[in-house]
Design a protein around this ligand. Structure first.
Ligand code: ADP
Ligand code: ASP
Ligand code: MG
Length: 411
C-alpha cells in the first residue's frame, strides 16, 4: 500500500474542533487506501507560550531544558489526535521523536536530523494503524531531547516521508498554498501552483515561513513531492518539485519579509589580516549562524564590519563579540534589533536589468528608508525599520505585480 505523510501545523490543530477536522482528512486518505503517517505541531501558539513560561523563570534558560519543555507541545497534540481518531473508530498510535529514533546532533534548539528508525513506523502501519509522530523534536545519542528550530515540524514530516519512501508529503496549513508573498500581509498575492525546490529554498530562507527551509532542502535532496495546502478548504495547493515549466521567463517569483533578525556592526576594526577570521571563528564557536556580512575599508588602518543574525542568537552573538572586540581593536559595537529585511527573489533576475531600480523606487515612493542593501544574482534585500516592514512589503509587491500570475505581469 502506498504511504502518505500528512503534516498539520499549529493553527490546523488549535482546538478540539480543528483536531477532529484534521482527523477527517486522515480518515479520507485511509479510505483512499493509503497507509497514513501524521506529523503534528504544537496547538495554536503553544510553543510561544512555553517560551514565555521559560523566560519568566529564567531570562537565559539552559537550551537543553528549553528543548525538554518545548517538545511537550507536539506530544500533547499527537496524543489528542490519536484519541480523536480512536473516537471515530480508527486504530491510531502516537510517538514522540525519541520513540521513533529520530536521531539528531546535540545542538539544542536547532538540531539537525541524522537518521530515523523507520522500522517502528512500518511495523505499526503494517498492523493497520495510523501512526502519529510529534513534530519538531528528536533525540541525541545520549538520550537528550532536541528540537529542530522554529517551524521544524515541516522538516520532521519531509524527513519521515524520505525515510518511508512515501508517495507524497502533504503540508496542511492556514493558507491555501504558497503565494508570491505572505497573503496575510498582501491580501491579493497570487497563489503559485507549482514551484521548484530551488526557488522555494530562496523564499523560505529569506522569511517565507510557510515552509521550514531545511524541509525544502530534504525534499530537494531526496526528491520528495511536497504539497502545501489548506487544512480548511479541499482545494489543491502548491506542489514543490524539481521541474517547473516557464520558470526562465519569470523575473521575480516572490517577495519576503523577515522580522526576527538583528544586525551587529563593529566600527573601526583594525584593518589587518586575520581580524575577520578572529571575529567569525568566535561566532562559529558560539554556534551563531551569520548572514549578509559586509566589510568596508574606511582608511588604510581601519574597517567597518556588519552582519545579520537571527534574533534568538542575539545574546550568544553579543557575548562572542564582547570577547573578541578588544583583540581586533574595535572602537564601537552597534546593535539593531528593530529592523526587518525585505527581499525580492527570482532566478530570472540573472538576466534582467531594472529590478533594483524598481525595488528602490517602490520603497522611496512608500517613504520607507533603506538602512542597507545586499544582493545576490537572484535576490535583492533591503533592511528597513521593523515598524515599516509591512508597508515596504506591500509597496514592493505592487511594484512587481505580485497579485498576478507570472505570465500576466507586464515585465
Ligand atoms: P503552520 O503552523 O501551519 O506551520 P506557519 O505559520 O508556519 O503555519 O506557515 C504559514 C504562514 O506562512 C502563513 O499563515 C503566512 O502568514 C506565512 N507565509 C509567509 N510567506 C508566505 C508565502 N509566500 N505564501 C504563503 N504563506 C506565507
Ligand atoms: N511548534 C514549533 C514552532 O512553533 C514547530 C512548528 O510549528 O513547526 O515553531
Ligand atoms: Mg510552520
Amino acid at each position: 500500500m502506498p504511504i502518505i505523510v500528512q503534516k498539520f501545523g499549529g493553527t490546523s490543530v488549535a482546538d478540539a474542533e480543528k483536531i477532529r477536522r484534521a482527523a477527517a482528512r486522515v480518515i479520507k486518505a485511509v479510505k483512499n487506501s493509503f497507509q497514513v503517517v501524521v506529523v503534528a505541531s504544537a496547538r495554536g501558539k503553544q510553543t510561544d507560550e512555553l517560551i514565555a513560561d521559560a523566560l519568566e523563570v529564567n531570562p537565559n534558560p539552559p537550551k537543553r531544558e528549553l528543548d525538554q519543555l518545548l517538545s511537550t507541545g507536539e506530544i500533547q497534540t499527537v496524543s489528542l489526535f490519536a484519541m480523536a481518531l480512536a473516537a471515530a473508530g480508527y486504530d491510531a498510535i502516537s510517538f514522540t521523536g525519541g520513540q521513533i529514533r529520530m536521531m539528531t546532533d546535540s545542538v539544542h534548539t536547532k538540531a539537525r536530523i541524522i537518521s530515523i528508525g523507520a522500522d517502528r513506523i512500518h511495523k505499526q502501519l503494517d498492523k493497520g494503524k495510523i501512526v502519529l509522530v510529534a513534530g519538531f523534536q528528536g533525540i541525541d545519542e545520549d538520550g537528550n531531547i532536541t528540537t529542530l528550530g522554529r517551524g521544524g515540524s515541516d522538516t520532521t514530516a519531509v524527513a519521515i516521508a524520505t525515510a518511508l519512501g512515501a508517495e507524497e508529503c502533504e503540508i496542511y496549513t492556514d493558507v491555501d498554498g504558497i503565494h508570491t508573498t505572505d497573503p496575510w500581509i498582501f491580501k491579493t498575492a497570487a497563489k503559485i501552483d507549482q514551484i521548484s525546490y530551488d526557488e522555494m529554498l530562496e523564499l523560505s530562507s529569506l522569511g517565507a515561513g510557510v515552509m521550514h527551509t531545511r524541509a525544502v532542502e530534504f525534499g530537494k535532496k531526496y526528491g520528495v513531492k511536497i504539497h502545501v495546502r489548506s487544512s480548511i478548504e479541499e482545494t489543491k495547493g502548491t506542489i514543490i518539485t524539481h521541474e517547473v515549466p516557464q520558470m526562465e521567463g519569470v523575473v521575480v517569483s516572490g517577495a519576503t519579509v523577515q522580522k526576527d533578525m538583528a544586525k551587529i556592526g563593529l566600527v573601526g576594526v583594525d584593518n589587518k589580516p586575520g581580524n575577520a577570521a578572529k571575529i567569525f571563528s568566535r561566532l562559529a564557536k558560539a554556534k551563531v549562524v551569520v548572514n549578509d556580512i559586509v566589510q568596508t575599508e574606511i582608511s588604510t588602518e581601519k574597517a567597518n564590519l556588519s552582519f545579520m543574525i537571527g534574533i534568538s542568537d542575539l545574546s550568544a552573538a553579543k557575548e562572542a563579540v564582547e570577547q573578541v572586540k578588544d583583540e581586533v581593536n574595535c572602537e564601537r559595537v552597534f546593535i539593531r534589533d528593530d529592523i526587518a529585511e525585505i527581499s525580492v527573489v527570482g532566478v530570472g533576475m540573472r538576466t534582467h536589468y531594472g529590478v533594483a531600480e524598481k525595488m528602490f523606487g517602490a520603497l522611496a515612493e512608500a517613504e520607507v528608508n533603506i538602512d542597507s542593501i545586499t544582493t545576490s544574482e537572484i535576490r535583492i534585500s533591503c533592511i528597513v525599520d521593523k515598524d515599516q516592514a509591512e508597508q515596504a512589503l506591500t509597496a514592493v509587491s505592487i511594484a512587481f505585480e505580485l497579485d498576478k500570475p507570472a505570465q500576466e505581469r507586464t515585465k
